[in-house]
Design a protein around this ligand. Structure first.
Ligand code: KG4
Ligand code: ZN
Length: 344
């Protein structure tokens, strides 16, 4: 079965073709960063308008790159939620119109299920059951993944998502939007504490109490207080000071994730770990998870870098699995801007 996947939950338009026989055939992503950067965040109305503008030409390009005709497509999957209502509507209307015109079924996919199963596009791939750590701009979740569609949430953030904390810290340091990856680039330049200054050590929030929940807003505030303190002393901060702050923040955020993941592995006894979502592209996180997997004899799986952030491939993959199970859309046209993963 060949499935077209369309992702349009936020500010990236992703399209892909996935074959149950041959795997991923092709994919394309159009990012809207340049449109939203002047506003310091995603502007929903501008996002949906851009999806309308680019989605269909992107699908044309995708088909042309594989030489496939629409007749070869046996299903159309799209992101049904969670996400921005206007953006979700564009993808769902387009997907359902194409499926109707091509005489094939369509299926709405949960965006987080897409992220969680993105490592299934790699080789080797995990097998059920496994522990999932989903770290993105909107979510921080530890999930017991028992089977396709069977997800038990073991821990989640009580306030900011870890990606959001990266983005807000990046904004504070003047790195622009979206700043998570830029902050990580800056942190990489760290070699030693600023001369004459004590090494920065930000707190690992909620690790001193039991449980698997997270809270990142306090960490963000700690960084802001330190930044103000240094700025009051020095004025515009030299690069070395910004690098030290970025590194201390990244280390605290990554260590917090690691502490909770170790706890969740001990609690569940799972030996496979999947890390996905935008923050799974972070090198310090990947390095520390690799060390953890060596010491604790577990297998860790990540998506390839381009599939850490939003993409159509993960939606095409999940859609294909669900269509193969006989699921498909009914006659109603619904999107779910808010949609808990454990309600699937
Ligand atoms: O999964 P995603 O594309 O969007 C959501 O569904 O939220 O994740 C985007 C998030 C942003 O917060 C971005 O700053 C963060 O992932 N991110 C990173 C890195 N690359 C992207 N955070 C830390 N290190 C990175 N290298
Ligand atoms: Zn996402």
């Amino acid at each position: 079965m060949i499935v077209l996947g369309i992702e349009s939950s936020c500010d990236d338009t992703g399209v892909a073709l996935y074959s149950s026989e041959h795997g991923l055939l092709a994919h394309q992503v159009h990012a809207q960063n340049a449109i939203h950067a002047p506003y310091g965040g995603v502007v929903p109305e501008l996002a949906s308008r851009d999806h309308i503008r680019v989605a269909l030409p992107l699908i044309h390009e995708l088909l042309a790159s594989t030489g496939l005709s629409p007749k070869a497509i046996q299903g159309v999957a799209y992101t049904k939620g969670p996400g921005l209502a206007g953006s979700l509507l564009v993808g769902s209307l387009l997907a359902r119109s194409l499926a109707y015109a091509w005489g094939c079924p369509s299926i709405g996919v949960h965006h987080l299920e897409g992220h969680l199963l993105a490592p299934m596009l790699e080789n080797p791939q995990p097998s059920f059951p496994f522990l999932g750590l989903l770290v993105s701009g909107g979510h921080t979740l530890i999930i017991a993944v028992k089977a396709l569609g069977e997800y038990e949430i073991l821990g989640e953030t009580l306030d900011d998502a870890v990606g959001e904390a990266f983005d807000k810290t990046a904004k504070l340091l003047g790195l622009g939007y979206p700043g998570g990856a830029k902050l990580a680039e800056l942190a990489k330049l760290f070699v030693a504490p600023v001369s004459g200054a004590p090494a920065l050590n930000f707190p690992r929030p909620m690790t001193d109490r039991p449980g698997l929940d997270f809270s990142f807003s306090g960490l963000k505030t700690h960084v802001a207080v330190e930044f103000k303190k240094q700025t009051a002393l020095l004025g515009e901060l030299p690069e070395s000071h910004k690098i030290a702050i970025a590194h201390a923040f990244e280390t605290a955020a990554v260590d917090t994730l690691l502490i909770k993941i170790k706890r969740a592995l001990a609690q569940t006894g799972y030996t496979q770990l999947v890390i996905s979502g935008g923050v799974s592209a972070n090198i310090q996180l990947r390095t520390k998870i690799a060390e953890l997997s060596q010491h604790h004899q577990i297998c860790a799986y990540f998506p390839r870098f381009e599939f850490c952030t939003d993409n159509g491939a993960m939606i095409a993959y999940v859609g294909c699995q669900r269509l193969l199970r006989g699921e498909q859309d009914g006659l109603d046209l619904t999107i779910h801007p808010r949609w808990p993963l454990n309600s699937l």
